[in-house]
Design a protein around this ligand. Structure first.
Ligand SMILES: Cc1cc2nc3c(=O)[nH]c(=O)nc-3n(C[C@H](O)[C@H](O)[C@H](O)COP(=O)(O)OP(=O)(O)OC[C@H]3O[C@@H](n4cnc5c(N)ncnc54)[C@H](O)[C@@H]3O)c2cc1C
Length: 441
């Protein structure tokens, strides 16, 4: 297909942004102006955080992968898995081989908790912890110590809610999920009695959404508690009309959690107006010092009132950063690639979390990727010759065995076949197992 008039694009990353970009590019292809797309991912498995981020007990959300699958099966779209850009192949090489390169590598590093003692054992970033329970090959060996009685989760977004829920749910509640089996064994044996979720700001500034929050009120062995004195009587008068419905629902759930309910084996305390100051302990976490805050004119201010919370595990769920790639300008403060409306430099573009940081839902990546794909189609003229042959030759020369979409389907089928009891699948957590499955099937 790679004739002179074919536009050859490499999309790096097979998460939502990558596949929405591939979909838009594939659809833009015509007889007059053919387009071919190679979607390249560091893992042998596609779909980014749909597979390794979205909570295992939220299976219906993962159905969006069916749409990406449809794109992946198009004649003019290929999947090249198990190829890490920046390691196996450099960005400059791709920019020479293809007409254009679109980075869609997401934001896979946890934003660090910038306080004294944050490097102690027992402080685990959300990317690592979530990756661990979701069988991400980079985090499957994490082995968090959960033989503890108290855990602190920092942050008031849906990732913090996910982590609390996964820690609190029973084996039975997780039966129909694809929670990593090794993670299930550790989590369901934990004697954790108390989980704290701390937010720096107030309940009306929290980022979690009503549906996710409401699930915390339905846990079998864990009761969720809020402090009535931290909750306003009503939503603030200056709430934007489009946000009023959501804020009312959030406040409703938080108020419900503040009413007396029977105790359960575990307690999840959701506390607002509390900012982490330092981690207490020697080598390992023994607690966390917090400072009470107040919010004034939209700013969070310390009050000088401190309190200590004993705990042996701290999971900061305070955001993510893109991992820089050599040769790609990076905005260190923002934590993503420098770009102007998705354009980085020359024939290099960026979309998704790597473009705008970790915000929005899966669907937010769609218009983002469509916009970048449209720019590429408009701005780039086809010049590359035999791009696919060239990348295949390069990978072969470097002994990098890339994984095709057909190969992924073999992994997929084997994972589905390995599912135990009511679980939808048994995810493989090592690249070796994945490659072995491909070669044996
Ligand atoms: C814990 C968690 C739960 C979430 N739950 C929900 C939810 O329930 N609903 C919702 O709407 N949104 C949810 N989101 C948000 C959603 O997952 C993101 O909006 C979306 O995944 C971002 O898409 P992306 O393509 O930019 O990045 P990603 O999904 O992260 O995809 C990036 C891809 O790039 C690949 N990659 C990275 N580096 C390289 C490299 N150097 N070379 C080659 N490939 C590379 C990765 O392997 C990955 O496949 C959640 C996010 C998190 C973190």
């Amino acid at each position: 297909m790679s004739e002179n008039h074919t536009l050859s694009i490499a999309v790096i990353g097979s998460g939502p942004a990558g596949y929405y970009a591939a979909e838009a590019l594939s659809k833009a292809s015509s007889d007059e102006r053919p387009v071919e797309v190679d979607v390249i991912d560091q893992l042998p498995t596609p779909f980014g955080l749909i597979r390794a981020g979205v909570a295992p007990d939220h299976q219906s959300i993962k159905n969006v992968a069916k749409r990406y699958e449809k794109t992946a099966m198009q004649d003019n779209v290929r999947f090249l898995g198990n190829v890490s850009i920046g390691k196996d192949v450099q960005i400059e090489e791709l920019m020479t081989i293809y007409d254009a390169v679109i980075l869609a590598i997401g934001a896979s590093a946890s934003r660090k908790l910038n306080i004294d003692g944050a490097d102690k054992q027992g402080v685990i970033g959300s990317a690592e912890f979530v990756g661990w329970y979701n069988s991400h090959p980079h985090h499957a060996e994490l082995k968090p110590k959960l033989n503890i009685d108290s855990a602190v989760i920092i942050g008031n977004g849906n990732v913090a809610v996910d982590v609390c829920r996964i820690l609190a749910k029973t084996t039975e509640e997780m039966a129909e999920t694809d929670l990593a089996h090794y993670a299930g064994k550790t989590i369901h044996a934990t004697p954790i009695e108390t989980i704290w979720m701390f937010g720096r700001r107030g309940p009306m500034e929290a980022k979690f959404t009503p549906k996710e929050l409401s699930e915390l009120g339905e846990l079998k062995q864990c009761v969720t508690i809020t402090k009535p004195e931290q909750l306003p009587d009503d939503i603030p008068a200056d709430t934007l009309p489009k946000e009023q419905g959501v804020k009312k629902k959030i406040l409703g759930h938080l108020k419900e959690f503040s009413t007396p309910r029977p105790a359960k084996i575990q307690t999840l305390n959701i506390e607002f107006y509390a900012s982490p100051v330092s981690v207490i302990g020697n080598e390992r976490v023994e607690g966390i010092r917090m400072e009470r805050t107040r919010v004034e004119d939209g700013r969070t201010l310390g009050t000088g009132h401190f309190f200590d919370v004993p705990c042996q595990l701290i999971i900061p769920c305070i955001g993510y950063r893109t991992v820089p790639i050599e040769g790609v300008p990076f905005d260190t403060d923002a934590g993503h690639f420098r770009n102007t409306d998705g354009h980085v430099r020359d024939n290099l573009y960026v979309t998704g979390w790597a473009r705008r940081g970790p915000s929005g839902t899966i669907g937010t990546n769609r218009p983002d990727a469509q916009e970048v794909a449209a720019r590429v189609i408009e701005e780039i003229k086809p010049k590359a010759n035999n791009a696919r042959q060239k990348i295949d030759d390069l990978l072969q020369k470097r002994h990098i065995s890339h994984v095709s979409f057909r190969d992924w389907q073999k992994i997929d089928a084997a994972e589905l076949a390995a599912a135990k009891y009511t679980a939808p699948r048994e995810k493989f957590a090592t690249i070796d197992t994945m490659l072995k499955t491909i070669s044996e099937n």
